[in-house]
Design a protein around this ligand. Structure first.
Ligand SMILES: Nc1nc2c(c(=O)[nH]1)N[C@H]1C(S)=C(S)[C@@H](COP(=O)(O)O)O[C@H]1N2
Ligand SMILES: [Mo]
Length: 167
């Protein structure tokens, strides 16, 4: 994760060492995602806390698709979940993705390795409000892989994502 490493390098120059743990920078804005479980890199008590700028620093994708959740074609944009898992040094084979409304779904690690699944933080360029299924939404690439458009994958398409537990 060159970007994170560079951020860490930059912050070692300017910030107290106590502000740095693992290879992840500390969030400076509201935390919108907590990644926990079987991870190597953390920044708060063994967990990886992300604010929006940290998520924006990861390799990303734009997925322009129709979905069951919105009218018409929308542009979903956000970090590749594979890049997120690299950033936290994920070791587990399963991601339990949990939402603000207590819904959760298990995503096999293979899904994010085989397909460019993103954690969308923007729709049509705008931050997704919680009311509109934000702040983050798991979006599978229905554009390049139309066969993913099925009930099993809809069940893994968690909206209002707040945490991911790797195991
Ligand atoms: N946060 C959250 N995401 C969720 C769900 C949910 O209840 N809460 N339901 C899942 C399931 S089982 C399916 S099939 C689809 C359903 O979307 P719909 O209720 O808009 O048809 O969203 C998935 N994502
Ligand atoms: Mo479902």
């Amino acid at each position: 994760m060159r970007i994170f490493r560079n951020l860490v390098l930059l912050s070692t120059l300017s910030a107290p060492v106590a502000a740095i743990a693992g290879e992840l920078p500390m969030p400076t804005e509201p935390v919108i995602l907590v990644v926990a479980g079987d991870i190597e890199n953390s920044n708060v008590d063994g967990e990886a806390h992300f604010d929006l700028p940290m998520l924006d620093a990861l390799a990303a994708r734009e997925t322009v698709i129709e979905t069951p959740w919105y009218e018409g074609v929308k542009n979903f944009e956000g970090p590749l979940i594979s890049a997120l898992m690299d950033a936290v040094g994920a070791r587990g084979d399963t991601l339990r993705v949990a939402a603000l409304n207590d819904y959760s779904a298990e995503i096999p690690r293979g899904d994010i390795e085989d397909y460019p699944v993103i954690l969308a933080t923007r729709i049509d360029g705008k931050i997704i409000s919680v009311r509109d299924k934000g702040p983050a939404f798991v979006i599978y690439p229905f554009d390049d892989f139309p066969s993913l458009y099925n009930e099993m994958i809809f069940g893994r398409s968690v909206w209002q994502v707040s945490s991911i537990d790797v195991f």
